[in-house]
Design a protein around this ligand. Structure first.
Ligand SMILES: C[S@@+](CC[C@H](N)C(=O)[O-])C[C@H]1O[C@@H](n2cnc3c(N)ncnc32)[C@H](O)[C@@H]1O
Length: 255
């Protein structure tokens, strides 16, 4: 990503951090049914397996919903975001919620200001889609470096082959024909693409799904697709890659 693009994303997230509704600030319009969001939270806890003595890094924390969730289980959470406005808002929300074991800082996931092997567990939720391939490499290397050997790294990615991934990508293709490509656009990539990047670290994975806003579909329909992807047996068993994913990696060498 050029410095210009990087700065544009930073500005974008700075502006998002000012959006009143904390959900909308990080995820846009709420089309995800509550049951799916609850599933997401349950899955994150299952994947991260937070334990009372753990020191956890939340990289790309946004307004801190996941930071707060995990802070309830562990000794200490460090939440970072490269948007100073977002990091500040996250800090204010944590304080308001009385999460005294959580701290925030402004930092970039591609260059983390922490020593090797600092954290027992590290999570990076809905962030890598906003990075270019080179930055994804840097981010994965950094997340692995700061996580202890045998520690866990949990990533959440948007899968290109999810129902929503296919719909959004097709919608973008049509829009690009008419209007050209927008300057900033997050990237749906395949699960295999991330798997290749993570192979070095001995990845273990699980899947789940939820919907994403698309301008070409009524919200109710997106919401229905999202629920289907989570609940329906066909999507769970027969279309296992057709989801957004949590990927859990066990760190082998401490980066
Ligand atoms: C979609 S939000 C997700 C926030 C949070 N993880 C969640 O799931 O609620 C993406 C967040 O990643 C942050 N972000 C994007 N690129 C980043 C980078 N290079 N370093 C640190 N944070 C970044 C953005 O500022 C934004 O807060």
């Amino acid at each position: 990503m050029s410095e210009h693009e990087h700065l544009k994303w930073q500005n974008f997230w700075d502006e998002q951090a000012k959006v009143d509704d904390s959900y909308q600030a990080v995820r846009g319009d709420k089309i995800i049914p509550d049951a799916v969001q609850e599933y997401h939270d349950r899955k994150l806890v299952e994947m991260l397996n937070p334990e009372p003595g753990d020191k956890v890094l939340d990289a790309g924390c946004g307004v801190g919903d996941q930071t707060m969730l995990i802070a309830g289980f562990v000794n200490q959470v460090t939440a970072i975001d490269f948007s100073p406005v977002m990091a500040e808002r996250c800090g204010a929300r944590l304080k308001q919620a009385g999460a005294t074991n959580a701290t925030t800082a402004t930092a970039d996931v591609t260059s983390l200001p922490y020593a090797d092997n600092t954290f027992d567990k590290t999570m990076c939720i809905a962030v890598l889609a906003y990075l270019n391939p080179e930055e994804v490499d840097q981010a994965i290397a950094e997340l692995a470096r700061v996580t202890k050997p045998d520690g866990l790294l949990v990533l959440h990615i948007k899968d290109l082959w999810s129902g929503t991934g296919i719909i959004v990508t097709f919608g973008r293709f049509l829009r690009a024909l008419i209007k050209g490509r927008p300057e900033l656009e997050y990237q749906y990539r395949t699960h295999w693409w991330y798997k290749k990047k993570l192979r070095l670290y001995g990845m273990i994975e699980e899947s789940y799904a939820y919907g994403t806003w698309t301008p070409f579909m009524p919200k109710k329909m997106m919401s229905w697709i999202a629920s289907m992807e989570v609940r329906h047996r066909f999507f769970q068993k027969r279309w296992p890659h057709g989801k957004e994913y949590f990927i859990r990696t066990r760190i082998k060498n401490g980066g």
